[in-house]
Structure formats: structure tokens, C-alpha cells
Design a protein around this ligand. Structure first.
Ligand code: PTJ
Length: 254
């Protein structure tokens, strides 16, 4: 089904649109085939969550906005899925907080790196950092290769939709990590400084608005938002939310 074939009246219109973006991403050699299966796992968790932004995600978004504004050298890491799903939003966000957008892939491909860079430029990026001579100590995957100007120098790294090993390794290097992950049980979700348990396409517009809303806050007010934030509590709320929702659905289908 092509983009234009999805009728707006379809009850799963948005979900089908996101799938189309990823399929187009694969066709343009931006998204890996593995990215499709990763998205499927995300969709399953979104179904369990209820396909809306809940309060646990909203408080993580508020804290993420404050942390990105407080950072001296924030970096947004882009992979094949986020490049296909939210390229324009990533560009908008990076321009509000500095200008460090960095391509970083798990499934190694020079071709995809260059295509993602060009895709981001097409969506308005003026600067896109590429994997270079920097290295993340402690991981062996392709993600270890980073830009010396970007993640190597970063104090805060935003890694939406991430696989298992980089978040902990970045934290071991003293960096703080923000992620977006529909699965509150994943290793990344469990180890990040701030975990936004929500769909990346719902998160980015909200995060951009929140950054705009608090951009002029004094440093102390931003620091207060961070000090009052508790990621363990937010993850626990997300897991309880799924649990309660399933219990309610189970009761109603008796
Ligand atoms: O482009 P590359 O090579 O860097 O690869 C990117 C993927 C995403 C394929 C790679 O990082 C990967 O394999 O990731 P994982 O291990 O599947 O983890 C991705 C996480 O993102 C999972 O926990 C999913 O539940 C979650 N996820 C998937 N789609 C979404 C999502 N979270 C929020 N919004 C989504 N749309």
C-alpha cells in the first residue's frame, strides 16, 4: 500500500502512515531492514500503552527539555529509523539547542550514513556530523565510531530508538543520556538518565514545544526541574500503566 492508498478514515491511519515512512526509508536506503522489525516491537508496546502520550512520558519530556537547554554541548544522534520517521523535527530541535546532529548507526553502512546526512540536509539541516575518529570506550558495535566534534565532546546525548549497549557506555564516560523508547523494559530505557516512554512521532513535536516554552527560564529553574525528576519512578509508572490497562481490558472481556 503506498502513502496515498491509506484512507484517512482507516482506524489505524497514523500507524500505517508511520509504516509507510519506514518502508520509504528502506527504499531510499536510509533505514535498515532490521529497522522494520525494531519498529514492529515498538508498535506492539504502543498497542499495550494505548497509543497516547501519558503523564509518565510528559514528565520525562519536561525533564528532557530542561536537560537539553542546560547542556553545554548537547548532541542528537540519528539512526535509520528516526531519519525516516522524524527528520524535520530532529532538525528543528537541534537548531533550538545548538547545532549538533550526528549520524550514528548500529548496522554498519557507509552508504546509509551518507544518505541519512543528505536526507537531513534536505529537511533543513545546516550541519550534520558523521562518525569519525572518536570512539566510545566499552562497546564493540559500529556505534562506537563517533564524531570528535559531536558525541566525543558531548555532555548530553539524545539517542531516540536505541539498541542495548551505547547508553551505559556513554554514562560511564560521564555523559547524560536521553532516550525515547516505547519499551520501558529495554536495557536502554532502564539505563538512560531520562526515558521518554512514547512513540517518537508523538514525542518530537511535544519536546520541541516544551524547549520553546522554557528556553528563557533561568538556569536555577531548569536545574530544579532536573533535580525533581526521577527516572526510576517514571519507568515504574509506565510499567504499572501497562499492567493496569491490561487488567482492565482482561476484566471487560470476561
Ligand atoms: O539505523 P541503525 O542501524 O542504527 O539501527 C536502528 C535500530 C532501531 C534498528 C537499532 O537501533 C535496533 O535494532 O534497535 P532495537 O534493539 O530494536 O531497539 C529499538 C527500541 O526502540 C525498541 O525497544 C523498540 O521498542 C523501540 N521503538 C521502536 N520503534 C519506536 C520505538 N520507540 C519509540 N517510537 C518508535 N516509533
Amino acid at each position: 500500500m503506498t502513502k496515498s492508498d491509506v484512507p484517512k478514515s482507516h482506524p489505524r491511519y497514523l500507524s500505517l502512515q508511520y509504516r509507510n515512512l519506514l518502508v520509504a526509508g528502506v527504499e531510499k536506503c536510509i533505514t535498515s531492514l532490521h529497522g522494520l522489525t525494531a519498529h514492529g516491537r515498538g508498535e506492539a508496546f504502543d498497542y499495550l500503552i494505548g497509543e497516547k502520550t501519558f503523564s509518565f512520558a510528559k514528565s520525562a519530556i519536561d525533564a528532557a527539555a530542561a536537560l537539553l537547554l542546560l547542556a553545554k554541548h548537547p548532541v542528537i544522534s540519528v539512526n535509520g529509523n528516526t531519519a525516516a520517521l522524524v527528520p524535520g523535527e530532529l532538525v528543528q530541535l537541534v537548531k533550538l539547542i545548538g547545532n549538533n546532529l550526528e549520524v550514528n548507526l548500529f548496522h554498519a553502512s557507509k552508504e546509509r550514513e551518507v544518505k541519512i546526512k543528505n536526507h537531513l540536509i534536505k529537511h533543513g539541516a545546516t550541519k550534520v556530523l558523521m562518525p569519525g575518529k572518536g570512539r566510545i570506550i566499552g562497546i564493540e558495535s559500529n556505534r562506537r565510531m563517533i564524531s570528535e566534534e559531536g558525541q566525543a565532546k558531548a555532555d548530553v546525548v539524545f539517542v531516540p530508538l536505541e539498541d542495548g549497549d551505547r547508553t551505559q557506555a556513554l554514562q560511564n564516560l560521564g555523559k547524560r543520556v536521553i532516550t525515547v523508547d516505547l519499551n520501558p523494559l529495554s536495557r536502554t530505557a532502564q539505563t538512560a538518565t531520562i526515558t521518554i516512554v512514547d512513540h517518537v512521532n508523538r514525542v518530537l513535536p511535544l519536546l520541541i514545544s516544551q524547549v520553546k516554552a522554557i528556553k528563557k527560564y533561568p538556569k536555577e529553574k531548569l536545574e530544579k526541574i532536573i533535580s525533581e525528576y526521577n527516572n526510576k519512578k517514571v519507568l515504574s509508572e509506565a510499567i504499572s500503566h501497562i499492567n493496569k490497562r491490561l487488567m482492565k481490558l482482561a476484566k471487560s472481556s470476561r
